[in-house]
Design a protein around this ligand. Sequence first.
Ligand code: GLU
Length: 471
Amino acid sequence: MSAASDKPVVTRFAPSPTGYLHIGGGRTALFNWLYARGRQGTFLLRIEDTDRERSTPEATDAILRGLTWLGLDWDGEVVSQFARKDRHAEVAREMLERGAAYKCFSTQEEIEGFREAARAEGRSTLFRSPWRDADPASHPDAPFVIRMKAPRSGETVIEDEVQGTVRFQNETLDDMVVLRSDGTPTYMLAVVVDDHDMGVTHVIRGDDHLNNAARQTMVYEAMGWEVPVWAHIPLIHGPDGKKLSKRHGALGVEEYQAMGYPAAGMRNYLARLGWSHGDDEFFTSEQAMGWFDLDGIGRSPARLDFKKLESVCGQHIAVMEDAELMREIAAYLAAARKPALTDLQAERLEKGLYALKDRAKTFPELLEKARFALESRPISADDAAAKSLDPVSRGILRELTPMLQAASWSKQDLEAILTAFAGEKGMGFGKLAAPLRTALAGRTVTPSVYDMMLVIGRDETIARLEDAAAA
Ligand code: GLU
């Protein structure tokens, strides 16, 4: 393990703002956040916006919104990589001074010519610049790029916390460009300079960057900087084991919010995608912070499993505080572009949460079960529910109403009244409950009739029974 591991932990998430926050990016951010938060460390956010053509402010906003929804708070200001371009150029010049880089005047045509000749002769097509060892006195007054003077023999070894020891033969790597002829830095240089300047001790990112780690290590070494601890995590695959793509379903973190998954459930599920702590499937973020370690990250790609996601989310909804649930439901409705709750709806919903939250895996499911609390009179019934309203059951509702007028409106009292009433009529309670569910919620599957009555109160209950009896 590198010496960087002895210092206070600093991790970062470094997305390129070219679209939305991908689910894989969300997981990378989560791993970095958990690792830092569990160690009193620092978690930084850097937007890698050096590619001016592909980077957009809208994409940056979408990334920040996605992270905020997931509850992954970063420390300090968001760093813009592009804003640091002068610093990157300064380091490129310093590499020149140290003899770790050189000015290369080869034109695009010359490079192409080199490659063609190499191909024809069956040699490696890696570009070998004639300027690598040229005497500066021979330099023309022409545009140039700055190239890293990469070692040509030996190997570069990455000690990766997930992938183990990974060796790269230096002869397979060319002298990469660190500064373009227009003075802009390349991505490979910018990442290293930024990670170094930001004091990043642990680079946890997708294993699609493993090859970059070799080249980046060369820059660290050329500058005499301490190499961070590497942890390249396998990418997420679809349920079929293939590389994750749109046909597997939602890819953007915000789409999951719009589908009504709670953020705590999403964090829990994403943590389990590629990382494990014994057999624990359901846990809080605080627990995950305490447990999360690079040792627990698997080497093979994790598969997205919507069933598991739903099951974990259902367990989180069941234990969420009412106020937090109300906040998240409001945010879900906004994300899904659905109308916000009115004050009365919110008041009834909050009152009814105790009877709703242990049965819903997502917010839309919870809201469907909460129909009795959200609809206003007259309550419309679906076909199945409408079936339980016939002349006989309407008569029964009419008879029941005056008895409810006198009830004390406690659960015990309502239970006693309804059970006695059903007994008197010689009907099972289920038979009585069916038209009550229709009257109160317009559905056959609802919370218990007592809970519905308690939540909406006496006047509303009686009015709904009267509506149904008269219909
Ligand atoms: N900007 C890179 C990406 O979005 C990440 C680079 C890194 O983490 O080092 O894939």
